[in-house]
Design a protein around this ligand. Structure first.
Ligand code: A2R
Ligand code: GDD
Length: 331
């Protein structure tokens, strides 16, 4: 099995494959890969996987990345030549409620996976999915999109755990791990959970339209500005990296993925409301407010443009409409 894997005949292992991004990534990989390639989609289990189809090129495996021995077993068995590491506690408020659990998954899980890759398939490309949240308070006072040289200054548990994992992979890159550290800014699209802002607004509008919820929409901080990209554009960068010659990333590379535009959350809500005919009242929900958060976030992805010829392609209005339509079909 191990000898068959090569850059032209790749075996790509994904963690967190049943999450929001993982589902889009698998579809994009299925379209991009040659028939001889293999995707090893790993997911935490619990009986809720949608990875039920046994695709020609896809194998689905339960894997808890907190279990070091299980990680070793999977990596030793498959010896992938690319690992795309998505698995994480991904929600900022959930992470704050469980700091130890968040570090167990986001940091220790990343350490276990990277050490296993170094042990069993040391030439593999490790694609780490981090977060723009790592820049944290570096956004304060910024008046232009920030690049990858920006100081890491996380301001919450999620961001700190992602920064620690990002730094760990950076340190391993110095000792030979071939790696790309992506730092995606906010992304959304059909299928995202409702505890993220765009999905949360769209799901409520869809329920109100069907009379399943009173005509009142609950919101958090509408003054925050965030940099959004469609998830389909984000996964296209991951796929391009996965299919690139690993030498392109010699010494380790960091890449922001962003649109460069800071959108006010209140304006996003207005755009979604304008796509609906129903009259809706907006109500602040204290549970959706965050104790402290930076007010402006925007990133420069010029480096991803140079290295991967990547830039976002999907217009923001198209993204918003697709999320709303997804919820109209789901509620
Ligand atoms: O907890 P579950 O069953 O929903 O699974 C989540 C999975 N995950 C794990 N997988 C293996 N071992 C673990 N100990 C473990 N803990 C969590 O990671 C879920 O399927 C996946 C994350 O998916 P989402 O929460 O939908 O996040 P999304 O938006 O796909 O984010 C992908 C990456 C993450 O690294 C974010 O921090 C970054 O993009 O923004
Ligand atoms: N979730 C949510 N719900 N957020 C709201 C709401 C609401 O009703 N109202 C306003 N907001 C604001 C939040 O305060 C925040 O400023 C912004 O909307 C985006 O919140 P989320 O969608 O929850 O995303 P996030 O920015 O905390 O984190 C996401 O993006 C990161 C990359 O920048 C996640 O996908 C992370 O995993 C990812 O790393």
């Amino acid at each position: 099995m191990a000898q068959q894997n090569s850059v032209s005949n790749p075996c790509i292992l994904i963690t967190g494959a049943n999450g929001f991004v993982g589902r889009w990534l698998r579809e994009e990989l299925q379209n991009a890969l040659p028939p001889s390639a293999r995707i090893i989609s790993t997911f935490k289990g619990g009986g809720n996987s949608d990875i039920t189809r046994s695709q020609r090129t896809e194998v689905a495996i339960e894997l808890d990345i907190e279990d070091e021995q299980a990680v070793d077993e999977v990596i030793e068995t498959w010896r992938p030549n690319v690992v795309i590491h998505l698995a994480a506690v991904s929600h900022v408020l959930e992470a704050s409620a469980s700091p130890k659990q968040t570090f167990a998954v986001n940091l220790n899980g990343t350490i276990a996976l990277a050490c296993s890759v170094r042990k069993f398939c040391p030439t593999a490309l490790f694609i780490n999915i981090g977060s723009s949240e790592v820049y944290g308070s570096s956004f304060i006072g910024a008046n232009a999109p920030l690049d990858e040289e920006t100081l890491l200054a996380p301001t919450n548990v999620y961001a700190t755990s992602k920064a620690a994992a990002d730094l760990f992979i950076g340190q391993m890159a110095k000792s030979g791990l071939q790696s790309v550290r992506f730092r995606p800014f906010n992304h959304t699209g059909p299928g995202q959970a409702e505890n993220f802002v765009v999905s949360g607004f769209a799901a409520q509008i869809a329920r109100i339209e069907k009379g399943l919820q009173p005509p009142t929409i609950k919101v958090g901080n509408l003054e925050a500005r965030r940099d959004f990209t469609d998830v389909r554009d984000i996964v296209s960068a991951y796929v391009t990296a996965a299919l690139s010659p690993p030498e392109r990333f010699a010494g380790g590379v960091i890449l922001n993925l962003s649109s460069g535009t800071a959108r006010r959350i209140g304006d996003i809500l207005e755009s979604l409301l304008a796509m609906s005919q129903v009259k809706i009242q907006i109500v602040e929900d204290p549970a959706r407010m965050r104790a402290s958060e930076v007010s402006y976030v925007a990133g420069s992805s010029a480096k991803a443009g140079r290295l991967l010829q990547w830039s976002p392609q999907i217009p923001w209005e198209t993204t918003l409409r697709s999320v709303l339509d997804y919820w109209r079909a789901s509620v």
